[in-house]
Design a protein around this ligand. Structure first.
Ligand code: SAH
Ligand code: SF4
Ligand code: F3S
Length: 508
């Protein structure tokens, strides 16, 4: 039935949404390659197409419908084509999707990736469309990444937790990803070691509220300053229950993988920006000097309605303590405009918070009503035009801050982790603060992927920097074939594909 009697079926995974989805797509690819499938060039030449979907905003969900429509046309020409829907829309809609989009053959939730080959096998043998969207709450499992198949050879993402217990009033994620479940520190360290042994030098820890992490096996030694408020918040000390084991995990990683040059994490929740985490930033040299800390709004009234569980003052206090502890650390954030009841004054509070916190990058979103969320009870009373106006203004403010920040780097010497070649053939990479740098070097000295080089910044653009190579600080640890593949597929591929609402991105 499948194309070519002796060929293995070929798959294509199309990713929408956030880094967790991109990460899940990589696991799906590994599971399918492991089951003998081949990777197709794209959906047009695939026997199986899996759409890994996002439902965080209505627009993201619409993308699924238009993509299924497009694939439906292909399916008319090739009725044997199998269409699978994975990710957050799959989990949220389940069976209902099969009714509204009958072209779909398989619906699979984020916790059921392992079952993908067996479900496809059933379908290939003539089985009926299937829905499998069960959270692994009783026995959470985390698929171990396969470093040899990683698309970027220099940087890797490692999941430390999944799900979210926060229940911010606007957000669908707790419904699509389930309750928080944490990965054993033992497994996290093992996966990081595997990546480091394969030449990876930058790790980003992933989780919906990554800094609420706790080791389910309870094996992590206590982090320094755990439960103590050495840094006193003016509004009172952080209660002991607010501490997590995330800083302890960071120390354990630094000890288990000293070869790492950079350690990042995304996305943290401001509630868990604790004194011991700030202390970890002071102590652990490999922790990058950039943190993406979603704030959502600068108005206390909105933060309360959003159920964010911190105030504007607390957010500023905590991030200020962090930037004071680590000079040069930059911050980026997520913000929502036009949340129900957001007045001009509330919005101005968001603008002033952006200025006070000094964000150098921001993802801004227009509020979008989501099914099952508590905010549905509130009237979506800010007009679409007003939301657009506020978003434009927000971007203007942050773009000016970003431009000033980038311009301030001209003339400075920075360390860049090279991760590919730019459009014009020169090398490019990222600084510790996550700025993109295009590097010029004399012929024959062009730094290769995976190397850490010192660069003198000569020009600042809107979203990136240009500089000249000064010297190599550390040679690339990558094996030769990985250096080649890193050049062909520079990091950032998944970012380009991610949700169109996102702009000029830091790490997420
Ligand atoms: N777990 C992460 C982010 C999850 S979703 C965190 O809490 O930081 C990414 C971003 O999408 C959120 O930070 C928020 O800014 C935005 N978002 C989530 N739900 C939204 C909605 N209903 N409308 C508009 N933006 C939303
Ligand atoms: Fe959504 Fe809030 Fe959880 Fe982030 S912390 S995933 S915004 S519920
Ligand atoms: Fe991510 Fe979108 Fe799901 S942001 S967690 S893919 S709803």
């Amino acid at each position: 039935m499948l194309s070519g009697a002796f060929l293995m079926p070929a798959f294509s995974v199309v990713t929408f949404g956030c880094q967790m989805n991109a990460h899940d797509s990589s696991r799906m690819e590994e599971v399918l390659l492991g089951a003998g499938y081949d990777k197709a060039e794209g959906p047009e030449s695939a026997d199986v197409v899996v759409l890994n979907t996002c439902s965080v905003r209505e627009k993201a969900e619409q993308k699924l419908r238009s993509e299924v429509g497009r694939l439906g046309l292909l399916k008319r020409k090739r009725p044997e084509l199998l269409i699978g829907v994975a990710g957050c829309v799959a989990q949220q809609e389940g069976e209902r999707l099969l009714k509204s989009l009958p072209q779909i053959d398989l619906i699979i939730g984020p916790d059921n990736i392992k079952e993908l080959p067996s479900l496809l096998h059933d379908l290939e043998s003539g089985g009926l469309p299937r829905v499998r969207t069960v959270f692994d709450v009783d026995e959470p499992s985390f698929l171990m990444a396969e470093p040899s198949r990683a698309s970027s050879a220099t940087s890797a993402y490692v999941t430390v937790m999944k799900g979210c217990n926060e229940r911010c009033s606007y957000c669908i994620v707790p419904y699509t990803r389930g309750p928080e479940r944490y990965r054993p520190a033992r497994e996290i360290l093992e996966e990081i070691r595997r990546f480091v042994d394969a030449g990876v030098r930058e790790i980003t820890l992933l989780g919906q509220t990554v800094n609420s992490y706790r080791d389910p096996e309870g094996r992590l030694p206590v982090a320094p300053h755990y439960g103590e408020s050495r840094l006193k918040w003016p509004r009172g000390s952080v209660p002991r229950e607010d501490e997590t084991e995330f800083p302890a995990l960071l120390y354990a990683i630094a000890e288990a993988a000293p070869e790492l040059w950079r350690l990042r994490y995304t996305s943290p929740h401001p509630r868990h920006l604790t004194p011991s985490l700030i202390h970890a930033h002071e102590q652990i040299g490999m922790l990058a000097k950039h943190v993406h800390m979603p704030v959502q709004s600068g108005s206390n009234a909105m933060l309360k309605r959003m159920i964010r569980r911190y105030t504007r003052e607390e957010y500023l206090e905590r991030t200020r303590a962090l930037t004071e502890a680590v000079p040069g650390l930059t911050l980026s954030t997520d913000m929502i405009v036009g949340f129900p009841g957001e007045t001009d004054e509330d919005f101005e509070e968001s603008i002033s918070l952006v200025q006070e916190a000094g964000f150098v990058a921001l993802f801004g979103f227009k509020y979008s009503q989501r099914p099952y969320t508590p905010a549905l009870k509130l009237k979506d009373d800010v007009s679409e035009e007003e939301k657009s106006r506020r978003l434009t203004r927000l971007f203007e403010v942050v773009d000016a801050q970003k431009a000033a920040h980038l311009a301030g780097l001209v003339g400075r010497e920075v360390a860049v982790l090279v991760d590919g070649t730019g459009k014009t053939g020169e090398a490019s990479g990222r600084t510790e603060q996550n700025e993109i740098v295009h590097i010029e070097a004399p012929v024959g000295e062009l730094p290769v992927s995976g190397s850490l080089v010192s660069v003198k910044i000569e020009r600042a653009y809107k979203n990136s920097l240009r500089g000249s190579w000064l010297r190599t600080l550390a040679a690339s640890p990558l094996p030769r074939d990985k250096i080649q593949s890193a050049i062909v597929t520079p990091r950032g591929e998944s970012e380009k594909r991610s949700d169109a609402g996102r702009r000029s991105l830091p790490v997420v």
